[in-house]
Design a protein around this ligand. Sequence first.
Ligand SMILES: [Zn+2]
Length: 189
Amino acid sequence: MSATCPQCEASDRSVPVSLALADTTEPLEEPVRALLAPPPEPKPARELSGGAIALSALAAIFAVVGILSLVRDREDLSGYDAAYRAGYLAGPFILPLILLAAAAIVELVARSRRRPGSGSPEEAAHRQPHARVWQAGWLCRRCRVAFFPEASIRPGFPASPAIPLEQFPHWVMTAAERAFGAQARPVAG
Ligand SMILES: [Zn+2]
């Protein structure tokens, strides 16, 4: 498989970006490698499940109520032994701690039910549009430009012009947005 470089209009020196990075016979210089590196993996979803949020909120409410009652009551505990005093002070926080533990368990169960990696290729593209665009990138070793052949990113997506390597990371982001409606993200680093 080869692709024609839009600058020199030859294909003899063009190579997919991913292969160029892995090529040990003709290794790329470090600055070029950095520019052509794959986009950072999207962070796993951070949203908590509804149940975990509700339990955490309850825990917070009970903790606040507990603190308020301790502050308000200010009982004289000097006549009691250390264990009783500790129990008295810790008491209001036991329920919030149990609720937090329950929230953690609910969250773990919810996460194990979310199955990453399943679904259609369209869904996969929607999840990892930047990686998909990056996968489609080519490098012309002669011109030292990157390019995307016609329909390489997505069926019907037009061919790119010759892209200076410094603009390659930015191009991946904007093409992902145009091709898959991905949210543009700040480039890491
Ligand atoms: Zn070329």
